[in-house]
Write a protein that binds this ligand. Structure first.
Ligand SMILES: [Fe+2]
Length: 307
């Protein structure tokens, strides 16, 4: 379990970076899975990172597509950015990652949180993935630990472990921008679910309070948006201050027990995402499809009566 507050070292990084180190963020929104992919770059050096990319997948046909990923590749090339990182906030259960495909075009290092090994263990067993599926995170180029700092060009950044939605969720704070994955959603929508295997509403609350201890003007970039009653447009950017004041699930004053009761009750009413099975099988492999069988074809499995 992570320390519930931002460490002193992290605060130093964050204080240093919020003044003049302002990264540029461009978001690509997938209206099929409601996922926001963010391309963040340092305007001084053009160093860039892509966070949570999406590969299209038609489950009825078993067909993949890269239209959105191609748009992102085109954007990176058009702006002459140097891709250094492909960052995943977690093993997504609602869309397939396009990170390996983008990496083939643009290079960069593929990274996720170090606790991916726990998720690989859970899903490796569920999908009976066999001994050829390594459960050591080796499908990724780098595994981030809580509090680990790095640079995006001239902009300081830090990785924070924010478990709850899954055991391995990470947030990446780059300059004044935090990419927080499935923790908080827009203030009018609330928070991510915590009922997937390894999920934990209590841990989610603590992770969220940790994120909300960042400076109030920190920009927050979300992984998803589903609109909210009364809102007609998709949105994926807010601030720590706005979440603390207005988040319908977890604004300042909502206690841990109150949140856990709300979150658990709400999760019991939610159905599983349509792309859960393909997403998890692909994303636990760093976005690579399962290995081909003897006939040269790759398959997605569906475990029966298990989830
Ligand atoms: Fe997720």
């Amino acid at each position: 379990m992570s320390d519930p507050v931002i460490t002193a070292a992290a605060h130093q990084v964050l204080t240093a970076l919020t003044s003049d180190k302002v990264p540029v963020v461009k978001t690509f929104f997938d209206r099929v899975t409601f996922t926001a992919t963010h391309v963040v770059h340092d305007p001084a050096t053009r160093a860039a990172a892509i966070i949570d990319s999406v590969m299209e997948y038609d489950p009825a046909a078993g067909r993949t597509g890269h239209h959105l990923a191609q748009e992102i590749v085109d954007y990176v090339r058009a702006h002459d950015l140097k891709l250094e990182w492909l960052l995943e906030t977690h093993v997504h259960a609602d869309h397939l990652s396009a990170a390996p495909w983008i990496q083939e075009q643009l290079g960069g290092k593929l990274a996720i949180g170090a606790d991916i090994v726990r998720v690989q263990d859970i899903f490796g067993k569920l999908f009976n993935a066999g001994t050829r599926f390594a459960r050591d995170g080796s499908q990724f180029d780098h595994l981030f630990h809580d509090g680990e700092t790095f640079m995006l060009g001239s902009i300081p950044a830090i990785a924070l472990h924010v478990p709850g939605h899954t055991p391995a969720d990470m947030a990446y704070v780059i300059g004044d921008a935090a990419f927080i994955g499935d923790t908080l959603f827009m203030p009018d929508y609330g928070t991510a679910r915590a009922d997937f295997p390894g999920g934990d509403a209590r841990a989610l609350y603590r992770s969220i309070r940790r994120l909300l201890s960042l400076p109030a003007r920190t920009r927050l970039f979300l992984c998803h948006d589903y609109k909210a009653p009364g809102r007609d447009t998709f949105a994926w950017e807010t601030t720590v201050g706005a979440e603390r004041e207005h988040n319908v699930h977890v604004h300042d004053g909502v206690g841990e027990d109150e949140f856990v009761a709300m979150r658990t009750g709400r999760d019991a009413t939610l159905s599983m995402p349509g792309l859960l099975m393909p997403s998890v099988q692909v994303n636990m492999r760093g976005g690579h499809l399962p290995e081909a069988e003897e006939n040269g074809t790759r398959y997605i499995k569906i475990p029966i009566d298990r989830v």
